[in-house]
Design a protein around this ligand. Structure first.
Ligand code: EPU
Length: 302
């Protein structure tokens, strides 16, 4: 969508918002799939309420992008504009065992920055691609660690009240790949509380997780990580593997040979290819195991 409302366009500079026309989502998502639209890069968090009021007032549909690493986006021209937080300097501020982190910060870099200051706990999250905001919204996790365990406070734009609020840990619930945030809440910053640990020890944990990941996941291919959530007590990857579906493909959308819950874009996969692959694999799992797998990947396909 090309933003054309003159009132909105005129307001962007004073709000500190940069418009990137025709931004390609094939270039902005780890799957390498998606059409184009105008991207609004937000430099000041405080500008969000005014920006969103303007968009809502003009009836302009919008979505909010984190790191684009767990996202399947439709092809061709997208019917909404996309908002994204610009990086801030500094992105991380430490105070004792607390880390105040901007939502646009890279999750892996946050883990290593804290590690260098002898703050650990998040070793398992090292290879999870994406931003801290995206990790918060999904309660990202790996190797027994979930980001939610370390959250003390979150600053966010709450869509319901259309204003910026701060929530404490007891006002948020973090479950497996699910949180109590509303779908259109926008994460802005988080205060994490991390246990003290010597850097060398943290580094050892990080190395072990990196090694496990390298040996079991297709890290050098375009993917959105795991496509499905694991069923309670089970493994989606193992089920799909047991069905002999590794390598099964629709166009260039393909079930990874390395990890069956990773679906990769092996060339020029379209969104329709990927959706069809997801539906077919889900049906096969349902037919054999009687269980409907739930998407872990976020769909922007409507
Ligand atoms: N397995 C197979 N075949 C496969 C894949 C897995 O038999 O093709 C078996 C493994 O051998 C293992 C079991 O299934 O016995 C579980 O596999 P794995 O340890 O790889 O973990 P997972 O449950 O498939 C989860 C997360 C990953 C996270 C890893 C490591 C979900 C949906 N996935 O995968 O997160 O990296 O654990 O902790 O919860 C993601 O969220 O995108 C993601 C990749």
């Amino acid at each position: 969508m090309k933003l054309s409302d003159p009132r909105i366009l005129a307001s962007l500079p004073e709000l500190g918002v940069e418009r990137i026309g025709g931004a390609s989502f094939a270039e902005r998502t780890s799957l390498g799939i998606g059409g184009a639209t105008d991207l609004l890069l937000i430099r000041r968090h405080s500008a969000l309420p005014d920006l969103i009021a303007l968009l809502r007032g003009a009836g302009v549909a919008y979505k909010f992008l984190g790191g684009g690493t767990n996202l399947l986006v439709r092809d061709d021209e997208l019917p909404w504009v996309v908002l994204q937080l610009a990086h801030q300097e500094p992105e991380i501020r430490l105070e004792g065992n607390s880390a105040h982190v901007g939502a646009a910060a890279d999750l892996g870099r946050t883990v290593t920055f804290c590690a260098k200051h002898d703050l650990g706990g998040m070793e398992g999250l090292i290879g999870v691609p994406g931003t801290v905001g995206g990790a918060l919204r999904m309660n990202a996790g790996a190797y027994g660690t979930q980001i939610g365990s370390y959250v003390r406070q979150v600053e966010l734009f709450r869509a319901a009240g259309a204003r910026i609020e701060t929530l404490r840990e007891n006002e948020i619930s973090f479950e497996y790949r699910h949180t109590s945030f509303a779908p259109d809440d926008i994460m802005l910053a988080v205060k994490l509380e991390l246990p003290s640990k010597p850097y060398r020890e943290i580094l050892q944990g990080i190395r072990i997780c990196n090694e496990k990941r390298r040996s079991s996941q297709p890290l050098n291919q375009k993917s959105a990580g795991c496509i499905f959530k694991n069923p309670p007590g089970g493994s989606a990857g193992r089920m799909i593997d047991e069905l002999g579906l590794k390598g099964f493909s629709v166009g260039d959308a393909r079930v990874s040979d390395r990890h069956a819950n990773f679906f990769v874009n092996a060339g020029h996969a379209t969104c329709a290819d990927m959706l069809s692959l997801i539906a077919q694999v889900r049906d096969r799992v349902h037919a054999t195991y009687g269980f409907q797998l739930e998407n872990e990947v976020i769909l922007w396909t409507q």
